[in-house]
Write a protein that binds this ligand. Structure first.
Ligand code: PMP
Length: 455
């Protein structure tokens, strides 16, 4: 790795002086990696060092870096119509909403925002107002899962089930309740995965009943908990959750912020389970991270409940200035075309299986407790003891990540520090990664684990 040149030394100093980084302890911020350019799955820093981005930024650069077509789509739109609010309309938003219906394989009406958090906030408000306007005014509560992540704003953070992100910022939005996720790796000994998943789904029904179904607006979940440690449910879990929601008049919100746009090997994560959510939220891969844009897709019947405007209170009283910016919509449309033309949804499945196959031998390693994957998302759960499944020490987890970075591979760490589950390493490279990129990930990670971490 090249050492810091004069120019980068100055940049580091200015960074230290002026920039507040996301989610990173101060001691780990300096010197930061200062990215200068990127192409495909590779990022180059200002000193010329290259890294394979095994996390697609923050799980978002689905089509890979350096796509000129995306820059052109945004540029052309900025020249013709850079901005117009969606209190009215414009062609890129109309075209993208239509295209999203094709991708969702069902009929939804689309509300645009700028981030995953905002897409979820809109979903919560829509769910509450829908319940009010259809004769269920007391249905205000939301049920989510521990370890799930739904965003950083006070409502989306309240839905999040990771204590370490929350407790300094209380009180959060009210009315959010949590149940345990279907973490099959930690199921009771002797219990089948299916029985355990049914038990976890039952916890949702029990909570609805104990709380009083007439007070519950919606359940929110990712198809697979990604950032919380790659927790993949059994099919029976998702079937049962959908059945429970329908039985009790509770809406099912599926957060596709990470799992959407091919990441799961299907267009959307929930397509893998054949369920039909009432509301679908999405962001990240919608623009592959090139511009901010998110969407809340709402089943047509729910939208219908917002049409009665006799007292001027029936409509959705929610606005965001930048949501559905024309350039972001035009770019998103081009991004979806690339995903289709290059068959990147299918490629995610192929690469995910290759990654899983390449790592299979690591299950013998003393630190590797479990390997779980879903499309092109893979998690490796590190343990201090295989028999008891006690999570590995944070210093070990961080050491492995640093070891990979030193060899030019960026990987992620996810989980909940307060609850002790900060021990899942994550891999989510661009869907456009080459076979050689994936082999680099397998070889580099294996070398790190079998090097300093073998004994
Ligand atoms: N939901 C999920 C599942 C996410 O992973 C994230 C972001 N990591 C969000 C919501 C929030 O998205 P944003 O950071 O764009 O607000």
């Amino acid at each position: 790795m090249q050492s810091l040149g004069k120019e980068s030394e100055l940049a580091v100093k200015k960074d230290q002086r002026y920039l507040w980084h996301n989610m990173t302890p101060y001691s780990e911020q300096h010197p930061p990696m200062i990215a200068a350019s990127a192409s495909g799955s590779w990022v180059t820093d200002i000193d010329g060092n290259t890294f394979l981005d095994g996390m697609s930024g923050l799980w978002c650069v689905n089509v890979g870096y350096g796509r000129k077509e995306l820059a052109e789509a945004a540029y052309n739109q900025l020249l013709s119509l850079p901005y117009f609010p969606l209190t009215q309309s414009h062609m890129p938003a109309i075209a993208l909403a239509e295209k999203l219906n094709e991708w969702l394989e069902d009929e939804y009406v689309i509300f645009f925002s700028n981030s995953g958090s905002e897409a979820n906030e809109a979903a919560f408000k829509i769910a509450r107002q829908y319940q009010q306007q259809t004769g269920q005014p007391d249905r205000h509560k939301f049920i989510a899962r521990y370890r799930g992540y739904h965003g950083s704003s006070l409502g989306a953070l309240a839905a999040t089930g990771q204590a370490q992100r929350k407790y300094k910022y209380e009180p959060l939005g009210g009315g959010f309740l949590h149940v345990a996720p279907p973490d099959s790796y930690r199921r009771p000994a002797g219990m089948t995965e299916e029985a355990f998943n049914l038990q976890c789904a039952q916890a949702i029904e029990d909570m609805i009943v104990w709380e009083g179904a007439e007070s519950v607006a919606a359940v929110i979940m990712e198809p697979v908990i990604t950032g919380g440690g790659v927790i993949v449910p059994h099919q029976v879990y998702m079937d049962r959750v959908q059945e429970i929601c329908r039985t009790h008049g509770v809406l099912l919100i599926i957060d596709e912020v990470i799992c959407g746009f091919g990441r799961s090997g299907r267009k959307f994560g929930h397509h893998n389970f054949g369920i039909k959510p009432d509301i679908v939220t999405m962001a990240k891969g919608l623009t592959s991270g090139y511009l901010p844009l998110s969407a809340t897709a709402v089943r047509k019947e729910i939208y219908e409940a917002f049409k009665d405007n006799s007292d001027d209170y029936g409509h959705f009283r929610h606005v965001n200035t930048f949501g559905g910016n024309p350039a972001a919509c035009a770019l998103a449309l081009r991004n979806l075309e690339i995903l289709e033309q290059e068959q990147l949804v299918e490629r995610a499945g192929i690469l995910g299986r290759r990654l899983e196959g390449g790592f299979a031998g690591l299950l013998e390693h003393k630190l590797v407790g479990d390997i779980r994957s879903f499309g092109l998302v893979l998690g490796i759960e590190l343990v201090a003891d295989k028999a008891t499944r006690v999570p590995a020490e944070l210093s070990v987890v961080k050491g492995i990540i640093a070891g990979c970075k030193a060899k030019g591979l960026i990987i992620g760490k996810n989980g909940d520090t307060v609850a002790g589950f900060n021990n899942v390493l994550t891999f989510a490279p661009p869907l456009s990664s080459t076979d050689e990129d994936v082999q680099f990930i397998i070889d580099t990670f294996t070398a790190v684990l079998n090097g300093s971490w073998a004994e």
